[in-house]
Design a binder for this molecule. Sequence first.
Ligand SMILES: NC(=O)C1=CN([C@@H]2O[C@H](COP(=O)(O)OP(=O)(O)OC[C@H]3O[C@@H](n4cnc5c(N)ncnc54)[C@H](O)[C@@H]3O)[C@@H](O)[C@H]2O)C=CC1
Ligand SMILES: O=C(O)C(=O)COP(=O)(O)O
Length: 316
Amino acid sequence: MTEHIVAFGSLDDQVRSRAEALLAGRGVLEIVSSATDASPDTLARATAIAGTLRPGQLTAAANTRWVHSWAAGANADLSEEMLASDVTLTSSTGNGGIPLAEHSMLLMLMLSRDVPRWQRAQAEHRWDRFTHGELNGRTVAIVGLGNAGADLAAKAKAFHMHVLGVRRRVERPVPGVDELFAPERLHEVLARADFVVVTAPLTADTKGLFDGAAFRAMPAHAYFICISRGGIADDAALLRALQEGWIAGAGLDAHGTEPLPPESPFWDLPNVVVTPHNGATTGATAARGGEIFLANLERFLDGAPLANIVDKAAGY
Ligand SMILES: NC(=O)C1=CN([C@@H]2O[C@H](COP(=O)(O)OP(=O)(O)OC[C@H]3O[C@@H](n4cnc5c(N)ncnc54)[C@H](O)[C@@H]3O)[C@@H](O)[C@H]2O)C=CC1
Ligand SMILES: O=C(O)C(=O)COP(=O)(O)O
């Protein structure tokens, strides 16, 4: 059987030539600049698609058996059409765990040292020597212990932090995590944390998990960091928590509304570090994403079970 693989977006030259080598004699690779540019003919020919489909496109892609998302969190791919279809959806989970863990360390360091205050002083050429904090000996609670969370636990341990972890399978220890808790004990964990880092995916279970009660459960000196998905925090509650001093500050790479609108109050809060959902945007992430796709392409061509299959019912 000849496979017709369509990729939306630009493929790195190396990934492209390796995909073409895998397909030699077994199929063709067609690159379309974006999903919007995919013609009905292209969609009808595709037996597999890499990229996020637009509404109506999956229905038009009648021969497609596999859709691969370039994203680690496949939320944007889980359309009504996708949920209703029996097409296999795979994600790029695993591409960005390392930079997300680095980004979490960066945000914890920036917040504890009050880097924004130095930046304000530097912009004004002002010599502002103040007392700031250390990570050493502080407690970090990590919610979600997959690629990013597990790597963060090891990194936090290397900074001599005490590491609390929240995961559903508490019976499975994670290196670097000192104490593991089930999600039902979240508020108890939050009450003990100096830093809370959310790395869990956005699912029906995690949507709005950080509501007013969760922020009130955190100590007033604690910082909230979200590197996975906005929507896990209720933005109105987070804003109140930051403005009214329920918590000390936040480091936000993932936001409830993206791009964060220019008028959003989060931009201007002195105790918030905003990054534009690019905590994992490194060359290495793109390279790892390419490897994940190529390994799955090989499995697809061999009729072998695919890796990184998204559990449509679980939502990630
Ligand atoms: N900021 C950015 O640029 C990026 C953000 N992401 C987001 O980061 C997330 C994490 O990435 P990875 O660590 O690679 O994913 P992962 O799938 O390896 O890790 C997520 C972990 O959360 C756990 N989990 C799921 N529901 C949970 C719940 N209710 N309570 C506690 N734990 C729960 C899962 O079992 C899994 O172990 C992705 O799902 C994605 O949404 C991913 C890449 C880039
Ligand atoms: O891979 C992911 O899930 C990410 O959040 C990365 O952002 P993107 O989807 O590439 O805009």
